[in-house]
Write a protein that binds this ligand. Sequence first.
Ligand code: PMP
Length: 350
Amino acid sequence: MKLWQDKLRKIDPYVPGEQSDAPGLVKLNANENPYPPSPRVQAVLRETNAASLRFYPDANGTDLRAALARHFGLRPEQVFLGNGSDDVLALCFQAFFASGQPILFPDITYSFYPVWCDLLRVPFECVPVRDDFRIDPRAFDRPNGGVVFPNPNAPTSLGEGLDFIEDILRHNQDCIVIVDEAYIDFGGVSCLPLLEKYENLVVVQTMSKSRSLAGLRIGYALCSPTLAATLEAVKNSYNSYTLDTLALACGTASVEDDGYFRETCARIVATRDKTAEQLRAMGFTVLPSQTNFLFATHRTRSAKEVFEALKAKNIFVRYFSKPRIDNYLRITIGTPKEMEKLLSAMKAIL
Ligand code: PMP
């Protein structure tokens, strides 16, 4: 062992869903969108001249922020952009969770939260979700350095309404409350209307799921101008150009094509509800999803066993070997054809 090895950062990183482009693979493990992005995105890529890439991108993301502000009926000063919502969330943790008091998030939730806490040395406490996996709003009624949770929650797929979010905000007015709306476009209720009333609310969304742009890495926070300016200052203290030229242009094109966005989301919701029904008929308990994935457990077969059997058939879903959820599968909604393949493989396995 060399002495310099003692000086290296030791950390357990977040492990994303396995990526693979093996032929014939049915990839239902990373909550990606099965449809291509808006044709307008394709047009931007076709028309982009590589020569323009010698310039730095617009560090303020002026056009994309304006497009998002118009889309949501907000002011551009209320929009903060990042390299995927992971980047936005990591910056939020740095910008807003600096008090030294433990922040709170559910015990069953996006597993990146504790990783950022470790990296950024933010103390945290997990609040247990109820036996039905629903978040208990009362669990956040205690002194804390901030609150963060996804709505709908992941990997449970369960969404809550506006009253529920407002209840948490009403009881947490002296800290920043982050609502991670990564999956909001698949039937959830966004808490954006609460921004007017709660200056300490930060809503984080992504173009990775509902806008089919996971590969471009575009996320954003919607919040009060004061909080957006704080995020901007923290971002500009480590990397001014988190979004590249192509991401800015394609993101803007996507936001401006509302028709395509609504249509593809509706298709995924329809496929999801049909798949849930079919899985239930096979003996699965499937939580009522408001996302582009299903969280399911089988009456008799272990999730790990089914996960591995599916993998052997070239169908990837996600399995978490974690307390409370280690008998569940998280299944991303693909095209109707992909779901048919999943269901017939499932039938054979069961
Ligand atoms: N929040 C939640 C709850 C997620 O599941 C994900 C996807 N892994 C993200 C945020 C991050 O998504 P992205 O960085 O692609 O915007």
